[in-house]
Design a protein around this ligand. Structure first.
Ligand SMILES: Cc1cc2nc3c(=O)[nH]c(=O)nc-3n(C[C@H](O)[C@H](O)[C@H](O)COP(=O)(O)OP(=O)(O)OC[C@H]3O[C@@H](n4cnc5c(N)ncnc54)[C@H](O)[C@@H]3O)c2cc1C
Length: 540
């Protein structure tokens, strides 16, 4: 086995969180930092062109391409669950949507026994992440590494949607990241001059030249090794060669909501009975590892439009050539499109206190290729209805001691009745919007769910048969106090009962936030870096 020299910090996973950690922990030249990433450098051009997220969804060279286990609640389908496997991780293949969620989401984390994780404590980190020149509110950041842009493309479609939303009681919200999220808004996106601004581009590449930072790509961690209860080494494979790296200071798992619990289990940290059943020697009995998995599940609806005002009709023939030129010259048009053009945050019911439903609106549709691989030939737009704070819970667990075997992922979509109700409410809200007088001149045929489906049970059955993940897996190494037997890490993100081992990524979220998860993960990593450096100062 090939060994690499001692490091102060060995970080596993160069995703959203791992890139932040590598950049912040290596700011002090006295700290030697190793960043291990299973995937390659982020050179694939579809990573950088916004519309390319539709391509990388299916590209095994940058994506783990997981699938869920079949589940009766979602018609026994194996639902695709992409995760970035490349520098930048999922931030290199995501839909670029920038949201923070609600202050109440984080306040609830703190109230569950995690001091320091309320929104007021996290706000400085949200500000530190971003450069949002278009947004003047004092809660926004203006000199951080990740650039935030808003596309004002397709103004006729946007104007019609804003007018339709107003007729449904949803006002235009110029900045849903500065407080109240309710209403309709142009989507804020992590782009810099029209190209993706991933965590790798924003945090890692600018510091690649630091002599105290080593980045190893194609390096898949297989096991963490312990001396007693202290993490001291990471075993990994690179180009078929078994290697290991020693950590004088800490091992930090940033392998994401699927990778981190999987690696903990492979290393003997998890439910003791489960691990013994797989023939894995138990280091620490932590039954919460891999439990509490949460994700946002979407039900899509698609309408044709009477006029050619969407991107579908621009994706073929000579019109495609003009779109290529537009993107090359102005960074606008079809190639600048991401997962959402506009967002709506709404309440599923008048009695609900906070928005609990999101509709993402995309100016194209993919009904003829359900895996998002090609746009429809007719002008159309899509809505995705997302219950913001799902109650359903699932799990992710190793199937065997073999680190190359993908874990079994059971997100539990639509298991909870409340998630079913909010999903149906979202499908109805998108119908209500399209059926407003304001949208009547653009309204074409309903492609899906289809005008023949009316009753709630019919709409729910449609969601079960066609719904997908919006790729926000979190919670599988949940943060919580020591007396919570299902908590995996404490409020310092240290793994309970073990030394020199932290988990810093989306998996530590106790509950999903009311929005998309990239910026919340970056904020977690910024805060974690501060905590790790503060602990190192105390120890010195
Ligand atoms: C297709 C897609 C679309 C999304 N769209 C949006 C969006 O529009 N807006 C938004 O806010 N969020 C979006 N998200 C979610 C968001 O990107 C993630 O929540 C966030 O990136 C998670 O960060 P992370 O650091 O926890 O994990 P990741 O960014 O997934 O990083 C984990 C890294 O660890 C590496 N790794 C895993 N196991 C190992 C191992 N054993 N050894 C070495 N390396 C390993 C992985 O290859 C990966 O690079 C999307 C996600 C996906 C996949």
């Amino acid at each position: 086995m090939t060994g690499v020299a001692d490091f102060d910090y060995v970080i596993v996973g160069a995703g959203s969180a791992g890139c932040v950690l590598a950049a912040r922990l290596s700011e002090n030249p006295a700290h030697r930092v190793l960043l291990l990433e299973a995937g390659p450098e982020d050179r694939n051009r579809w990573i950088h062109i916004p519309i390319g997220f539709g391509k990388t969804l299916h590209d095994a060279s940058v994506n783990w391409l997981y699938r869920t286990e079949p589940d009766a609640a979602t018609a026994q389908r194996k639902i695709m669950l992409p995760r970035g496997k490349v520098l930048g991780g999922s931030s290199s293949i995501n839909g670029h949507v920038v949201t923070r969620g609600l202050a109440q989401d984080y306040d609830a984390w703190a109230a569950a026994g995690n001091p320091g994780w309320d929104f007021a404590a996290l706000l400085p980190y949200f500000r530190k992440i971003e450069n949002a020149p278009g947004f003047a509110h004092p809660t926004r950041g203006h000199d951080g590494p990740v650039n935030v842009e808003t596309s004002k493309d397709l103004p006729r479609l946007s104007a019609a949607l804003i007018a339709a939303a107003a007729q449904c009681g949803l006002a235009y919200n110029p900045d849903y990241n500065s407080g109240a999220i309710e209403g309709i808004a142009h989507c804020q996106r992590s782009l810099r001059r029209g190209l993706r601004d991933s965590a790798a581009k924003a945090y890692l590449h600018p510091v690649r030249g630091r002599p105290n930072l080593v980045v190893e790509c194609g390096a898949q961690a297989a096991r963490i090794r312990f001396a007693g209860m202290r993490a001291v080494r990471v075993d990994y494979r690179q180009n078929g060669v078994a290697c290991h790296a020693s950590a004088r200071g800490e091992v930090i798992l940033a392998a994401g909501a699927i990778g981190s619990p999987h690696l903990l289990e492979l290393s003997g940290v998890g439910n003791a009975a489960r691990l013994q059943g797989l023939g894995i020697e138990v280091v620490a009995n932590l039954p919460g590892v891999g439990e509490n998995l949460q994700d946002h599940f979407i039900a899509r609806s698609v309408w044709k439009t009477t006029r050619a005002i969407t991107f579908n009709e621009r994706a073929r023939g000579w019109r495609l050539l003009t779109q290529i030129a537009r993107f090359g010259l102005f960074r606008t048009g079809l190639f600048s499109a991401g997962a959402a053009h506009m967002l709506i945050f709404a309440r599923s019911d008048r009695t609900v206190a906070l928005p609990d439903l999101e509709l993402t609106i995309t100016p194209f549709s993919v009904t003829q290729s359900p895996d998002f691989s090609g746009l429809d030939s007719f002008p159309a737009l899509s809505f995705a209805a997302v219950p913001l704070r799902p109650r359903s819970r699932g799990s992710v667990h190793a199937r065997s001691a073999n680190s190359d075997q993908a874990p079994a992922i059971r997100p539990g979509y639509l298991a909870h009745e409340e998630d079913q109700r909010v999903t149906v409410a979202g499908l109805k809200l998108s119908r209500q919007l399209i059926e407003t007088a304001a949208f009547s001149r653009l309204r074409g045929e309903e492609v899906s769910p289809g005008a023949q489906l009316h009753r709630d049970d019919e709409l729910l059955a449609y969601a079960r048969q066609t719904g997908l993940s919006i790729h926000h897996a979190v919670g599988s190494c949940r943060m919580g106090p020591a007396d919570d037997c299902m908590a995996v890490v404490d409020a310092g993100l240290r793994v309970h009962g073990l030394g020199a081992l932290r988990v810093v990524d989306a998996s530590i979220m106790p509950a999903l936030v009311s929005g998309h998860t990239n910026f919340p993960t970056l904020a977690i990593a910024e805060k974690a870096a501060d905590m790790i450096l503060a602990d190192a100062r105390v120890a010195a």
